[in-house]
Design a protein around this ligand. Sequence first.
Ligand code: ADP
Length: 296
Amino acid sequence: MILEINNLTKKYGNNTALDNFSVTLTNGIYGLLGPNGAGKSTVMNLITDNVKRTSGEILCNGKEILSLGKDFRRKLGYMPQQQGYYEELSARAFLLYMASLKGLTRREAKYKTDELLEIVNLTDVAHKKLGSFSGGMKQRVLIAQSLLNNPEILILDEPTAGLDPKERIRIRNFISEIAENKIVILATHVVSDIEFIAKEVILLKEGSLITCDTTENLLSQIDNIVYEVTVLSGEVEQLEQKYNVSNIFRRGDEVIARVVSDSLPDELRKTKVRANLEDLYLFYFGENKDGKSEKA
Ligand code: ADP
């Protein structure tokens, strides 16, 4: 499966939500990462054809998805954000209902529903109402729903939103397991959702693609500019105003701050540390000074 997106643009009046966006996707998990308003939903909505594009093309194995129509939609699975609909339905009833909307026969729907309930580990509570489920359980039902038609392209919108850390890890591992032989697009602004499971990360900012690459290659860009800087408590505010600071760790009168910067003065007490994806996010999206945010 190859999904080729070429010069995709979406404008709302004078506002360009997505500007000449081009990427080529093959099987594996892609993290679609960017702050609110970056254009992540727009990308997803254009692939699912929920909104009309202004220009550009999306090719599935070489064919325009708009011409493929139903044949493309059949290949597509979409997990929306939780919205609190269908709270009165049981998990099984909800999945059967979604299966009927997707055009599965009753027999297929029943078989698939049982299979997916098992996969998402909800068989025991399948008869209970969605309204009584925890956030993590609801997310698993929504993922199950997106898999009813065995999609080859799976789009997940903030799949860990509102979950506690344990549930997050569980959902993340689960996504990683089901991602085989599929293109999975996982939109998030939570770096840890994709750090270890994404084949490549697509960074979006203000409607434009910054880059699409493996985590390893992305991190190599900032390999030499992530430091732990030790300052006195009273100096930390000044440091934060000037540089992109991620973590702050207090130790007595001193503070150890994690800083992403290529222009730290020599006299600062600092140690170079290994970059992670959160540092990269800060480098591109942090508000401060010498990150790419000002240069872009
Ligand atoms: P994200 O999902 O990354 O938060 P969106 O794709 O929702 O970003 O939004 C990208 C830009 O498009 C934002 O500036 C947003 O205000 C604008 N936008 C999105 N949907 C609409 C709409 N229906 N009408 C007008 N502007 C929109």
